[in-house]
Write a protein that binds this ligand. Structure first.
Ligand code: MG
Length: 422
């Protein structure tokens, strides 16, 4: 007898001061349950409501083994489809069902996807400094624990602190975090000049533009970055400007990664077919979970396009385990972002997050067990437990309640006060 979905619990918890939304599906088989990540950190209350009010009544009583069918059922149930709210809710259910399937088979997720294509997952970590000395010291620290790939940023993503106007703002500027596209470009070129002369070729560098420059400046910027031989340059344009990637790619040799904001295959399929993107950076819960992620990877593989799934601190350990399992099993894996090296330091301002890395890290380990572990050699290793291998202590989770302040770090502005994508 195939177990059925008996109960869907939605657990809000913020052990590091960042809102996580975890879905727990209980089944008609005693002790059999699965966990999924529905974390859209800045809209968790809405997604919780969607799952409890609309998805739960749709799914209770259905067989747990029909993941593809249930994914499509959820996707088309509201008639209007796609978008981060719907996709994150679906992702919570989808991941939990894969977790259950793995437990039923007594196999980790990567085994269900065909088994290991690599022994471990090479990762990159985010280094950030307020000046070049701070940045170099942070990179040295990561290098000393075996990291070969490091993303280098100056002053978070190059903007002012929220509430501080830019150098060239007019009088009475609108409140926000200010970014000057042209100045950012000059500072970034200068930063990599210094980093290459300090480190030579001993590290693979990555950089994230975070779609904070104008597309019309991006072509020249990427061309000038070629001499620093980056492993890849991330999100030089927003998903709305994805067509620019082809133009930029024709003009530079720097590999481009793109897409932590993708919500719909129509946003990236042409870029893959045209080979104007090299690494797909999708955020698993934002595209709807494991099911669409493995389809995305399979679509990209014959075009030579690789993956580098988004894995920031505002994504739960449940999703982090899902990406590691997928990375192990797919042929066209490229590199993995990794935030959970003894810390889930939150990098964005105004979040109300705990600043102390160790304190945040301890709280996360108190709530979640079975996370994939960094091996102090540049690689992350999956645990070999069935499904996603993660568990949650619900009592501990309840200690760390979610807050819903107005999100401020996304209020990014150009020098003249006009809004810029964050
Ligand atoms: Mg990014």
């Amino acid at each position: 007898m195939i177990p059925k979905i008996k109960k869907i619990k939605v657990i809000e918890t913020a052990p590091a001061g960042i809102n996580f939304l975890i879905v727990k599906i209980e089944t008609t088989e005693a002790g059999l349950y699965g966990l999924g990540c529905a974390t859209f950190a800045y809209r968790t209350a809405t997604i919780k409501h969607l799952i409890e009010t609309y998805l739960s009544p749709l799914l209770i009583g259905r067989d747990v083994d029909r993941i593809s069918d249930l994914w499509q059922l959820m996707h088309q149930n509201a008639y209007w489809r796609s978008g981060p709210i719907e996709n994150n809710a679906i992702s919570g259910i989808d991941m939990a069902l894969w977790d259950i399937k793995g437990k039923m088979a007594s196999m980790p997720l990567y085994q269900l996807l065909g088994g290991k294509m690599r022994d471990a997952v090479p990762v990159y970590r985010h280094a950030d400094g307020n000046n070049i000395e701070e940045l170099i010291s942070e990179i040295e620290g990561f290098k000393s624990i075996g990291l070969q790939y490091i993303r280098c940023q100056m002053g978070i993503y190059g903007g002012t602190e929220y509430g501080t106007a830019g150098k060239h703002s007019p009088v009475n500027p609108s409140i926000g975090t200010y970014i000057d596209s042209r100045e950012y470009i000059r500072n970034t070129l200068d930063m990599f000049d210094k980093l290459r002369s300090h480190f030579g070729d001993s590290i693979e560098f990555v950089h994230d533009v975070h779609e904070r420059i104008n597309p019309i400046d991006a072509r020249q910027f990427c061309h000038e970055m070629d001499k620093y031989h980056l492993f890849f340059l991330e999100d030089v344009v927003s998903p709305e400007n994805v067509a620019w990637l082809r133009e930029i790619h024709n003009f530079c040799t720097t590999p481009l990664s793109h897409g932590e904001l993708y919500v719909n295959p129509n946003e990236w399929q042409d870029a893959v077919i045209n080979r104007s993107v090299d690494y797909l950076r999708a955020h698993l819960s934002d595209i709807g979970g494991i099911t669409p992620a493995i389809k995305m990877a399979a679509f990209a593989a014959p075009f030579g396009v690789r993956t580098c799934w988004h894995c920031p601190p505002d994504m739960s350990p449940v999703a982090a385990s899902a990406v590691i399992n997928i990375d192990l099993a797919i042929p066209n894996f490229g590199l993995q972002e990794w935030s959970a090296i003894k810390s889930y330091k939150f990098l964005q301002q105004g979040s109300g997050a705990i600043d102390n890395d160790e304190q945040a890290s301890d709280a996360i380990y108190e709530v979640f067990s079975g996370m994939p572990e960094y091996g102090n050699d540049g690689y992350v290793y999956a645990n070999e437990k069935p499904g996603l291998g993660i568990d949650i202590d619900e009592k501990a989770a309840a200690k760390y309640s979610c807050k819903h302040p107005v999100t401020v770090w996304t209020q990014t502005r150009n020098p003249d006060g006009s809004l810029q994508t964050p």
